[in-house]
Design a protein around this ligand. Sequence first.
Ligand SMILES: Nc1ncnc2c1ncn2[C@@H]1O[C@H](COP(=O)(O)OP(=O)(O)OP(=O)(O)O)[C@@H](O)[C@H]1O
Ligand SMILES: [Mg+2]
Length: 241
Amino acid sequence: MSDKSNKQEQSIRVENLVKQFGKGESLVEVIKGASFTIYKGELVALIAPSGAGKTTLLMMIGCVLEPTSGQIYIGEEKVYDNRWLTQNTRSIRREKIGFIFQAHYLIPFLNVIENITLLPQTNGISKEDSEASARKILNYFDIEEKAYAMPSELSGGQNQRVAIARALANKPDIILADEPTAALDMDRSINVVKMLKQIAAEQNVAVIMVTHDERMLKYCDRVMKVENKKVVFQEFEKEGG
Ligand SMILES: Nc1ncnc2c1ncn2[C@@H]1O[C@H](COP(=O)(O)OP(=O)(O)OP(=O)(O)O)[C@@H](O)[C@H]1O
Ligand SMILES: [Mg+2]
C-alpha cells in the first residue's frame, strides 16, 4: 500500500546515485541519477531487462559495490556520500543486510544448520543461541528435519529456503534477493515470494527482490524498474485488488 506513507520508516534511501564502469572510450554508464526510498516492512520487486543494472543497483545498496557518486542511507544512517562514510562497509553488510542469490551459495561442505549459523557465530552469537534460532527459522520454513543434511542432499526449493533462512538468521534490516525464484517452478516461486512478503511484514524488514517473472508482481507491495538508467515505480495489479 502506497498511502500509509507518513507512518512508514525509511529503510533504504538513495539520492542521485550514479554508477559507471570503465573509463574513457570504454566507459559505460549503467545507473544515472537514481533516487528512491524503500520503507520497512515492504516487499519491493525490481524488474528491468537483462543488463539494465538490477544486480548493480542491489550490490550498491548492499554496500558491496562502490557507486560512482550520489548518496545512500541504510535506515537513518548515511553510509555513502560520494564516498563510503565508514571505514568498514563489511560491518554494515554483516549487521544489517541479508543477501539471497540466485545460485544460493550454500557452503557445500557445511550442513544446513552450520550454513545458517556461520554468520551469527562470526558476529559473536554463541553456538547454542545461534542454533536455537536457526531451528526456529527452519521450523518456520518447514525444513527442520533437514538441519543436518548437506546442501547436495536438498532439492532446489529446499536449497532456496535454506538460503532465505540463512539470510534471516542474522536478523537483518534489509534483505536483498537477486532472482531468488529463478531456479524454481511456478508453485515454489509463489511460495518463496509469499514467504518473503510475510517476512517483510512480520519482521518489519525491507525486501528488494529482482525478478523476471511478471506473475510474481501481484504478491509484492511495490514494483520498481530501472528505466532510462533511473529508477521508477510502476503501476501494477496487486493480488486482492
Ligand atoms: N564489473 C563490471 N565491469 C564492467 N561492466 C559491468 C560490470 N558489472 C556489470 N557491468 C555492466 O553493467 C550492466 C548492468 O549489469 P547488471 O549485472 O547490473 O544487469 P542486470 O540488470 O542484473 O542483468 P541480468 O538480468 O542479466 O542479471 C551490464 O551492461 C554489464 O555488462
Ligand atoms: Mg542481474
